[in-house]
Design a protein around this ligand. Structure first.
Ligand code: FAD
Length: 460
């Protein structure tokens, strides 16, 4: 009897679970059947996604929602029968914290790039020189063609450094927590490449790129994002190993032998790696380009959720939260008024504030005790929110080395890694936040794609 082909998915975060779900679906739709094993080093599935429920609150320790515009997350929710659980965010004004005050983000901006002149000219965020410099964008010639450049250099060249520090950086750092002068434009915001050339300037380009109608952009699930993970785990019928850390991969007669920390091993025909790239690199140390990709360390960040009675908190400026300017000497890099943005998370009569701490070059805060992190976050918040007394309870989460940094040249490096894999590591695929997008829909897409490619290879 011919032995069934066997594949392993390393990592049980959203990417790994999506890949497993997709393989299962394809097997259901065809007559092909393979063995699949999902291997997760920790004692739970979900990776960065973790929801906790406490005293009527629904608290996200990592991601809190996903972009609706990128369809893969919504599609997965639908396939899993969870569409009735979807909730969209309440829209409201967001601000930028600068000099311990909240300033409105110029209206009708696209990723921080103003599309209208009046909101830019009225903004209290920029000096008169800063505004004049930003307006230069309308007159300077487009960049000569380029393959890649840093996000910071790109925007500073068109709109000036002040605009980057005080508006663009704080808005983007929520996604990448990175150094904008190292981040690759091609890997993070490719839609901007050539935009100034096509539209005449970035400001004119932003006008074309803005959606016509202002609608809510994000969605989550009523019981939190962990309910997506739970449903995936219930639905996937393959063996799913927890507390099993892959420590070594060796080629063995055209197959792959994976060794685990517990001394056991598994021999498989194909592998989908969905673990962070520096861990993949440790397992495949002879892949030279993976080493280059690992040269830039991931940034460590943390979240601090604080629950209050409504009588303790008065929000001074109506809105859903704020992000801090790059130069602001605050511990928190952003804060969400979660009870206003996502009312379903908070019992009535209560308030939930969630802060982000840590960014590239400023990660020491995560080595502090929970008490210090809470105290410093509260002190920052108190500049702009009236808070009486201490939170009823707080939840501090450290997500070490959790934000991959796509540095300039990232996409070119990915192409080389892909070529090496196809040549030297048949039926091995890389997917997840380290590679082609950090957002949940990007991770789901990558998990789906890796599953489809591996499935087609296994059929041969
Ligand atoms: P992970 O979730 O990291 O999963 C990898 C898994 O592999 C982990 O479970 C790990 O334990 C396991 N593993 C590691 N090494 C091994 C090994 N050797 N053997 C076996 N298993 C191993 N995105 C959004 O779209 N919206 C948001 O609101 C949002 N907010 C975020 C907030 C924070 C604080 C952070 C850190 C990220 C946020 N993101 C957000 C990004 C998004 O959460 C992540 O990019 C995504 O969850 C990554 O999923 P993944 O499966 O690729 O990796």
């Amino acid at each position: 009897m011919v032995e069934r082909k066997h594949v392993a998915i390393i990592g049980g975060g959203i990417t790994g679970l999506s890949a497993a779900f997709r393989l299962q679906k394809m097997m259901e739709e065809t007559k092909e059947t393979f063995n699949v094993t999902i291997i997760e080093s920790s004692d739970r599935f979900g990776g960065k996604i973790e929801t906790i429920r406490r005293e009527g609150f629904t608290i996200e320790r990592g991601p809190d929602s996903f972009l609706k515009r990128k369809k893969e997350a919504l599609e997965l929710v639908e396939e899993l029968g969870l569409s009735d659980q979807l909730v969209s965010n309440n829209m409201g004004k967001a601000y930028i914290l600068k000099n311990r005050k909240l300033h409105s983000i110029p209206e009708s901006s696209f990723m921080g790039v103003p599309s209208l002149l009046k909101p830019l000219l009225d903004s209290t965020l920029l000096s008169e020189d800063g505004k004049a410099r930003a307006l230069n964008d309308l007159f300077i010639p487009p960049y000569p063609p380029f393959d890649d450049m840093s996000v910071g250099d790109f925007f500073a060249g068109r709109l000036g450094q002040e605009m980057v520090d005080d508006i663009i950086n704080p808005l983007l750092s929520g996604i990448y927590a990175g150094d904008l002068y190292k981040l690759s434009l091609r890997a993070t915001l490719p839609q901007f490449i050539g935009l100034e050339n096509r539209a005449g300037s970035l400001i004119l380009g932003a006008k074309q790129a803005l959606p016509k109608k202002k609608t809510s952009q994000f969605a989550t699930l009523k019981k939190g994002l962990s309910s997506l993970v739970d449903r995936l785990v219930e639905t996937i019928r393959f063996p799913m190993l927890k507390n099993t850390c892959v420590t070594k991969i060796e080629k063995m007669n055209g197959r792959y032998k994976m060794s685990f920390k517990n001394g056991e091993a598994l021999v498989v025909d194909g592998v989908i790696f969905t673990i962070p790239h520096e861990k993949t690199q440790e397992l495949m140390s002879d892949c030279p380009y993976l080493k280059q990709l690992s040269a830039e360390p991931c940034t460590s960040v943390g979240t601090v959720a604080m629950a209050f009675d409504a009588s303790q908190v008065t929000i001074q400026k109506e809105g859903t939260g704020f992000v801090a300017s790059n130069k602001e000497p605050s511990t928190i890099t952003a804060a969400t008024y979660t009870h206003l943005k996502w009312p379903h998370t908070t019992p009535s009569g209560k308030v939930l504030l969630r802060c982000y701490v840590g960014k590239a070059g400023d990660e020491e805060i995560l080595d502090e005790t929970d008490e210090t992190i809470i105290l410093k976050s509260l002190n920052n918040l108190k500049d702009v929110v009236d808070i009486d007394g201490q939170p009823e309870f707080s939840v501090v989460t450290r997500l070490r080395e959790s934000m991959p940094q796509y540095v300039v040249g990232h996409t070119q490096l990915l192409k080389k890694i892909e070529e090496t894999l196809r040549h030297d590591y048949p039926r091995v695929y890389l997917a997840g936040a380290s590679y082609d997008g950090v957002g949940l829909p990007d991770c789901i897409r990558q998990g789906n794609d890796a599953a489809k490619q591996l499935f087609n290879q296994l059929k041969l």
